[in-house]
Write a protein that binds this ligand. Structure first.
Ligand code: NAP
Length: 294
């Protein structure tokens, strides 16, 4: 059984980006710049945005943060979006979700300039993804596709089952795996909470992607012998045996499933690491839209 090491692959991607940025700066151009809008003090969002900032700096990218309290008005947010859309110094930015309930997240995402939408959540970029056009792919599915490519996992003609149909993970994942491309071309089944005989479907998967948001949900009897398992879930589980009082686990029962599959992503150190790598890749893509590669 092979562990698909997201941390090592993320480090590879980052070192390639760092080398490219060093060359860009040597040539006298400014560094690529990623910005983030963060509203409120949600712990997971704070951690993600801090990690984004650290990773930007590690590769030589400029990083900036626009912070607002929970009571920010929709108008104020739309104003900063308009500012970032028109700021020539910013190549791409994210609006960290979730937003407070009084703000219409769909309206906010629709206001993001599609050429700076490095999360790929704007309706026009999601539409392009459906059409198979070149676009910004949402960071988590983008990172998973990069992980699959770099880990040398064959997808052509394989049966893939994606558990979960969210707009940020499951649905784009299913679209990407089924595209008519040499690194995709899989036959994909997309499952959700109303799917019947789920285990019967997952047992047919050569590649199983679990993105349902339920800790340890995928058990060994749901997995085919020799399957590749991609665990997208991230959960903080109370555990007094750990120094910090918790452990991180995914949507897959790792100890049991890892004995049965041919390859699996660990949690942490699998998909999560690649999500940040993908965001850096998308920022480079946004930069090159403005400053084409010579
Ligand atoms: P989500 O929006 O809550 O979607 C969950 C999906 O799972 C829904 O489509 C839901 O079906 C389906 N589902 C729930 N229970 C099910 C069941 N019993 N059987 C079959 N399907 C079921 O979650 P998400 O945002 O996609 O995130 C999924 C997981 O990935 C979470 O653990 C999240 O923390 C993690 N995540 C990780 C990263 C990363 O960087 N590693 C990034 C994003 C998310 P319905 O549509 O019918 O409700």
């Amino acid at each position: 059984m092979k562990i698909i090491d997201g941390k090592t692959i993320c480090a590879e991607v980052k070192s390639e980006i760092a080398a490219e940025i060093a060359q860009i700066i040597d040539s006298g151009q400014r560094a690529p710049h990623m910005a983030a809008i963060l509203v409120g003090h949600d712990g997971a969002s704070e951690t993600y945005v801090a990690s984004k900032d650290k990773n930007c700096k590690a590769v030589g990218m400029t990083s900036s943060l626009y912070r607002y309290e929970d009571n920010v008005s929709e108008k104020e947010l739309l104003e900063v979006i308009n500012f970032l859309n028109n700021d020539d110094e910013v190549d791409g930015y994210i609006v960290q979700l979730p937003l407070p309930k009084h703000i219409d997240a769909d309206k906010v995402m629709a206001a993001v300039n599609p050429d700076k939408d490095i999360d790929g959540f704007s309706p026009s970029n999601l539409g392009k993804l459906v059409m198979g056009e070149d676009t910004f792919i949402p960071a988590t599915p983008c990172g998973i596709m990069e992980l699959i490519r770099r880990a040398g996992i064959e997808t052509v003609g394989k049966n893939c089952v994606v558990l979960g149909r969210s707009n940020i993970v499951g649905t784009p994942m299913a679209l990407l795996l089924s595209r008519n491309k040499p690194d995709a071309n899989a036959t994909v089944t997309l499952c959700h909470s109303k799917t019947q005989d789920l285990a019967e479907i997952t047992r047919r998967a050569d590649i199983l992607v679990a993105a349902i948001g339920k800790p340890g949900f995928v058990k060994a009897d749901m997995v085919k012998e020799g399957a590749v398992v991609i665990d997208v879930g991230i959960h903080r589980i109370a555990d007094e045996s750990q120094p910090n009082g918790f452990r991180i686990m995914g949507d897959v029962d790792f100890p049991a499933v890892s004995k049965k599959c041919s390859a699996i992503t660990p949690v942490p150190g699998g998909v999560g690491a690649m999500t940040i790598a993908a965001l850096l890749m998308n920022t480079m893509k946004a930069y090159h839209k403005r400053f084409p590669k010579k």
